[in-house]
Ligand binder design. Structure first.
Ligand code: PLP
Length: 428
């Protein structure tokens, strides 16, 4: 299988080069060419098994082909249950049962194990650099925690992540270094990009990135959509329709990819927060990236969704892409209302991101849609307790993995938002 750049200038590469590179040299994103069809899949199989079969076509002829089942077994070793929301046939797909209680654990764990399997004895250590506004950094740190041959350097904006999120970035082993940067998320991202583009530095310190455009995070996410859809069809005879809380379009691109490969997926609806670049585009306006605005669903505070370039590449024109999915914007008041409503209905309490999906479901119902929907639950509510608890008037208990992490000591080093400071850390 070959992978080409969305910008069409960089040469095609195989999966191992695409995984290691992150971004293509022409600045584009790697996409499989062509998108393969899924092999026959068994709805009763477990998630690791479905992942390994679904992903096999991407890895054929690669040195990772033989290791793929073991990589999937290790990366997908926690459940992704599809649970009824009420007795109407709607469901939630809970993707938050991993070590850091958000769906990003699936992609980060797969990437870590795939990069690990590509290493040879005697290879120099690789430094995985991540800028984060919260969830990504924790998932990547947990995925590489104590893995021989890797160290992780996480940059986050000091004072702009919740105390619990900060703890989740600084509570790992010696190979994970958290840097609290006196600046914004954009400063963190700029510093990481500068380091990744610094050839002289990279000659001395091998670097890898693990941001949301990484194929090693995107591809494995297709597996839980495929399995949920197969089971939905087995149980109801109809394809599965998904509502997906969306920021950088990583999770939603994986859903689109799963549908394109063949499993029985129906409609895809994106739930965005007040950052409404995608809802405007899907309603017919030109694509106009904007500065991100802060909302209660902070992991979706994105004004220029990085995977948009992949979706556009996969469709002949804007009309075709607009026909492939729809998008709605949900403001903070509606997020609070959806959390409170779930609690008063006796339904599972959502995190603020999942709450955007529940509000979109309510709006579809109000507009007369009677089909069954699966709302994707992207994080555990206990991770965002400062938003959730005031809405429901009681506390939410942290799941065991999150409680473990909160019980460990955490440490982060302060850093000025300047490149020399980061370079010194990386060379140190
Ligand atoms: C990252 C994240 C999202 C957004 O996912 P994208 O792949 O960026 O669209 C939604 N919810 C939570 C909890 C997240 O951490």
């Amino acid at each position: 299988m070959r992978f080409v750049s969305t910008r069409g200038v960089a040469p095609a590469v195989d999966i191992t080069a695409a995984l290691a590179a992150g971004l293509a040299p022409d600045g584009g994103l790697y996409v499989p060419d062509p998108i393969p069809c899924a092999p026959p899949l068994d709805a009763d199989a477990d998630l690791a098994d479905i992942a390994s079969r679904l992903l096999a076509p991407y890895f054929d002829d690669s040195p990772l082909a033989a290791a793929l089942p073991a990589i999937c077994a290790d990366a997908f070793d926690f459940p992704a249950p599809r649970l009824p929301l009420d007795d109407s046939g709607d469901a939630v797909l809970e993707l938050f049962h991993g070590p850091t209680a958000a769906f990003k654990d699936f992609g980060a764990r797969f990437l870590a194990r795939a990069l690990g399997a590509l290493r040879h004895d005697g290879d120099p250590d690789v430094t995985v650099l991540v800028a984060t506004s919260g969830d990504t950094g924790a998932a990547v740190a947990a995925a590489f925690d104590r893995r021989p041959g890797f160290r992780v350097v996480v940059l986050y904006p000091d004072g702009r992540v919740s105390p619990r999120q900060a703890h989740g970035l600084g509570c790992w082993g010696d190979n994970v270094r958290a840097l609290r940067v006196a600046g914004t998320f954009d400063d963190c991202q700029r510093l990481v990009k500068q380091a990744l583009g610094d050839a002289a530095l990279r000659a001395r310190v091998p670097l890898a990135s693990a941001n949301s455009i990484s194929l090693g995070r995107l591809l494995p996410q297709a597996a839980y959509y495929a399995r949920a859809a197969l089971r939905q069809q087995r149980d109801t005879g109809a394809p599965a329709n998904f509502i997906i809380p969306t920021g950088n379009l990583g999770n939603a691109s994986a859903c689109w990819l799963a549908r394109r490969m063949g499993p029985p997926l129906g409609d895809i609806v994106l739930a965005c927060n007040a950052n409404d670049v995608l809802p405007r585009y899907f309603d017919g306006a030109p694509y106009t990236p904007a500065d991100a605005r802060a909302t209660l669903a902070n992991a979706m505070d994105v004004g220029a969704p990085s995977n948009f370039e992949r979706l556009r590449h996969w469709h002949v024109d804007d009309a075709a892409l607009r026909g492939a999915m729809r998008a709605f914007s949900v403001d903070d008041a509606a997020i609070r209302a959806a959390i409170a409503q779930a609690a008063s209905d006796g339904a599972p309490v959502p995190c603020p991101h999942t709450a955007t999906g529940l509000d979109v479901l309510r709006r579809l119902r109000a507009a007369g849609d009677t089909r069954a929907w699966i709302v994707v639950a992207t994080a555990h509510p206990a991770k965002f307790e400062s938003v959730v608890e005031p809405c429901i008037g009681r506390s939410v208990e942290a799941p065991p993995a999150l409680a473990d992490c909160l019980a460990r000591p955490a440490h982060a080093d302060p850093m000025a938002p300047d490149y020399d400071a980061l370079r010194a850390v990386l060379l140190g």
